[in-house]
Design a protein around this ligand. Structure first.
Ligand SMILES: [Zn+2]
Length: 321
């Protein structure tokens, strides 16, 4: 791949747009008074690998995977999943979620089919998916809740949750820096085409999970090259039940239950983590792995080890000195 795809080889204006002025300022000296320590490492911009531009609409909204008995609180609205079921009364069986809505003293229970959306007391509620037995995230309902006033009119008026193009971008404030792996069935090999894998992840996420972009903010290949993923001003996605809001998501492409990270990968992970801690003014203790927050082995035992034995925190600390 030519060096031209790397941020360092691109125009200043383009990079400031691609990464956000705050991010690019460290490396490129857009007007700023920040210290120069922990610069943003070179990044392959999203536009260089994507099959199509990102989807979705920014809104005053949140989205969670919630199981029976779990609640989603947003503003003064609480949505509780009473259960998930299969409704066999129609022409085709449909997954449904039984919801209880509560706001102030008002409550209402509704049975909502997978893929349906409705408005209730100034909020727009979408049941994006109900994951049934055998599906990834089985027993969870993907709920999206927004203030109706923050939505584009066609979304606010829709009685369908819609697919990836209808998803909402969830603004968040970053408080944690969290490592993942993509968990591919097969370890990543040096001859593999990483941009093609990112496009496959983008397409799979849109088709199977209704995601508006790849689920992670940055992704890394074997050579330590860093690829820009989802815009980090918005929350990432998960197939588990934790709340991804607040997490700066770094994912290493491959399967680190089965393969060792390369020294170049560990170095790039540390570079990116150091940049994020500095940028969001966070202590070293906020570095973690997906397994700290959800029932998962992610990012795999060979990446849990450097998180557990202090290797990564030591490498990050060196970069912040
Ligand atoms: Zn993960």
């Amino acid at each position: 791949m030519p060096q031209g795809v790397i941020v360092d080889g691109m125009s200043h204006a383009h990079v400031c747009r691609a990464l956000g002025a705050a991010a690019a300022a460290l490396t490129l000296g857009c007007a700023t008074a920040r210290p120069r320590a922990a610069p943003m490492p070179p990044v392959v911009p999203h536009a260089q690998w994507e099959a199509r531009p990102r989807l979705g609409h920014a809104a005053d909204a949140t989205r969670r995977n919630r199981g029976a008995g779990d609640s989603l609180a947003f503003r003064d609205l609480t949505v509780t999943v009473l259960g998930t079921d299969v409704d066999s009364t129609g022409a085709r069986p449909a997954d449904v979620a039984r919801l209880r809505l509560a706001l102030g003293g008002a409550t209402e229970e509704r049975v909502v089919r997978e893929g349906a959306a409705f408005n209730w007391r100034g909020f727009h509620v979408a049941v994006v998916a109900v994951y049934g037995p055998g599906e990834l995230g089985a027993g969870l309902a993907a709920l999206e809740v927004a203030t109706a006033a923050s939505l584009p009119p066609h979304v606010a008026a829709s009685d369908s949750a819609g697919g990836a193009a209808m998803r909402l971008r969830i603004p968040h404030r970053i408080t944690h820096v969290t490592l993942h792996h993509t968990g591919d069935a097969r370890p990543l090999a040096p001859e593999d085409d990483v941009p093609a894998k990112l496009r496959a992840l983008e397409a799979w996420g849109a088709r199977e999970r209704n995601w508006w972009d790849v689920p992670y903010h940055f992704l890394l290949g074997l050579d330590g090259r860093i690829y820009e993923g989802r815009d980090f001003r918005y929350a990432g996605e998960t197939n588990t039940a934790y709340d991804p809001r607040g997490h700066f998501l770094i994912s290493v492409v491959g399967n680190y239950e089965r393969q060792e990270p390369t020294p170049a990968q560990l170095s790039a992970i540390a570079d990116l983590m150091a940049w994020a801690l500095r940028e969001f003014d966070l202590p070293l203790e906020r570095i973690g792995g997906h397994y700290h927050y959800a029932e998962t082995g992610c990012p795999g035992r060979h990446l849990r080890r450097p998180l557990e034995d202090g290797t990564l925190r030591r490498m990050v600390a060196e970069r912040l000195r």
